[in-house]
Ligand binder design. Sequence first.
Ligand SMILES: Nc1ncnc2c1ncn2[C@@H]1O[C@H](COP(=O)(O)OP(=O)(O)OP(=O)(O)O)[C@@H](O)[C@H]1O
Ligand SMILES: [Mg+2]
Length: 258
Amino acid sequence: MGNIFAVTNQKGGVGKTTTTVNLAASLAEYGKKVLMIDLDPQGNATTGCGLDKNDINNSSYEVIMAEARAADTILSPEGLGFDVMPTNSDLTAAEVELLEIKLREHRLRIALESTREKYDYILIDCPPSLSMLTVNALVASQGILIPIQCEYYALEGLSSLLRTIERVKQRANPQLDITGLLRTMFDARNNLANQVSRQLINHFRDKVFHSIIPRNVRLAEAPSHGMPVLAYDRGSRGSIAYMALASEFMRREKKANS
Ligand SMILES: Nc1ncnc2c1ncn2[C@@H]1O[C@H](COP(=O)(O)OP(=O)(O)OP(=O)(O)O)[C@@H](O)[C@H]1O
Ligand SMILES: [Mg+2]
């Protein structure tokens, strides 16, 4: 049965969506069966996989509101290599509607119960907030990936994310664990980036992935072509970095489950 991973950080623009889409593609390239869930009303992961947000019948909104079965929302875009549960701005309404519902933090976990066995890995792209949607992702997950841009304010929001993770662990999901913190958009020539990177390692030790995602223009271009970077430019530094991350991720996973 596949483990579920939330890719989360309430800070905006740190590389959550880029990581979710490209890690999904890289794991698929290694022959794994992968489902990517778009749980951000912005729908960037959906469009990044070449899907039209305005042309979706059932989305993660219907799944979380129990109006559709997960299996009936999942798409297998041709040539992508992995499955997608898409979303669009309808999901914005879920935030408010969930407040009136019982077991509101558990909706996604319950909805994915029968889907988990079909996949090796399920990756959830979270919105840039510690909202009820993010809490649903954390309750449904076994692991968490935290993309971090090594900048001055990078560590500031981290403590509230860690508190939320701890709270979810205590109240709803004791098996939840941080799989790794990922340095994204990294520029090794930048002194501050190196300094923040050292701070991260001092603090989080081996929770920090050895793999580093460099700033790479091909990674930024690929979504506008509706494809992961592996399909857009296989030999790019971005492709190579996400393949290395996928390999490290699988090793960590194997170790954690052994
Ligand atoms: N390694 C990289 N190199 C260059 N550009 C990148 C890289 N990673 C992400 N980007 C670009 O930076 C922007 C933010 O990335 P992304 O959308 O993945 O962040 P996010 O955390 O999902 O944002 P949000 O919080 O809005 O959901 C995007 O334009 C993306 O293409
Ligand atoms: Mg995003």
